[in-house]
Design a protein around this ligand. Structure first.
Ligand code: HPA
Length: 304
């Protein structure tokens, strides 16, 4: 059982208040930058940054390629907060720690969470360098009983039994697809199902085949747990995976994935993902939860 007493509202409040006392920025949009995708955070205007190690109660990031900083600043003139580096279960953190920042973001006033990650392709039609808008996820750890919401429910964040059938906001997904079209990205922007596994090892061939048969198009070691906590506390969520490798499903294949290769592709394609997220953030106003998201889609021409 995880030490759920550490996942208290008061602890999250303490961290949020510490940050609110040190920045005047009041972001409504948060972005989690996955492996090698830190340049997105660096593109914020008028940035104010806080190292994770200086933020009370925050875990520290231990993986190379995952720098640990929370950055406040503007993207397309909108106040945003970026997590440059995230936490993973394979680093040894319990899931309540992996997802602790999400609840802090909620208490900072964030309403919309944009999540990025690096992922391996299971779908045969995907290529390295593709972007996959996450339509839905398979939280393999959660299905097996390892869920960040285990333990007494904190009603101040959300209900005991949150629904997840609409986890990835359909209006933002449609807006992102339209934005990809306007950027000329349609040929390599897909939509699919992401599966979160624990890692740190990459998948065996039998595991890759299993995940594919289960309906996953891409696999990675993050995101689903964060999204569960984000949806529990009512954040709107958009997720996108950068496909950094094809996951081998064939015993005769010679190539093998490694973290270095994953980071290399992330760095090479970071600017593409950055351009899509930046343009999407610029258009998010046109996509409120109560009204259609595509209204000004036809008039959007600049900003790319
Ligand atoms: N498997 C799991 N996680 C990953 C992969 C992969 O192939 N690529 C990037 N993250």
């Amino acid at each position: 059982m995880q030490p759920t007493e550490n996942f208290s509202f008061e602890l999250c409040r303490e961290t949020a208040d510490w940050l609110l006392a040190r920045t005047r920025q009041r972001p409504r949009i948060a972005i989690i930058c996955g492996s090698g995708l830190g340049p997105l955070a660096d593109s914020l205007k008028n940035p104010e940054s806080f190292k994770y190690m200086d933020i009370p109660n925050f875990p520290h990031s231990t993986v190379s390629g995952h720098e640990g900083q929370l950055l406040f600043g503007e993207l397309q003139g909108k106040p945003c907060v970026c997590m440059k580096g995230r936490f993973h279960m394979y680093e040894g953190y319990p899931l309540w720690k992996v997802t602790f920042p999400i609840r802090v973001l909620k208490l900072l006033g964030v309403e919309t969470l944009l999540v990025t990650n690096a992922a391996g392709a299971l779908a045969d039609s995907y290529s390295v360098g593709d972007l996959m808008i996450i339509r839905d996820h398979i939280n393999l750890l959660g299905l097996a009983g390892l869920n960040p919401l285990l333990g007494p429910n904190e009603e101040r964040f959300g209900p005991r039994f949150p629904a997840l059938s609409d986890a990835y906001d359909s209006q933002i997904r449609a807006l992102a697809m339209d934005t990809a079209r306007l950027l000329g990205y349609s040929s390599f922007v897909k939509e699919g199902v992401y599966c979160m596994v624990g890692g740190p090892n990459f998948e065996s061939i039998a595991e890759a085949r299993l995940l594919h048969v289960l309906g996953a198009d891409a696999v990675g070691m993050s995101t689903a747990a964060e999204v569960v906590v984000a949806r529990h506390c009512g954040l709107r969520v958009f997720g996108i995976s950068l496909i950094t490798n094809k996951v081998t499903k064939d015993y005769s294949a010679k190539e093998n994935v490694d973290h270095h290769g994953v980071l290399e592709v992330s760095r090479r394609r970071a600017s593409t993902l950055q351009a899509l997220i930046t343009a999407l953030v610029g258009r998010l106003d046109s996509c409120s939860s109560s009204s259609g998201g595509q209204k000004d889609g036809e008039t959007y021409q600049n900003g790319v």
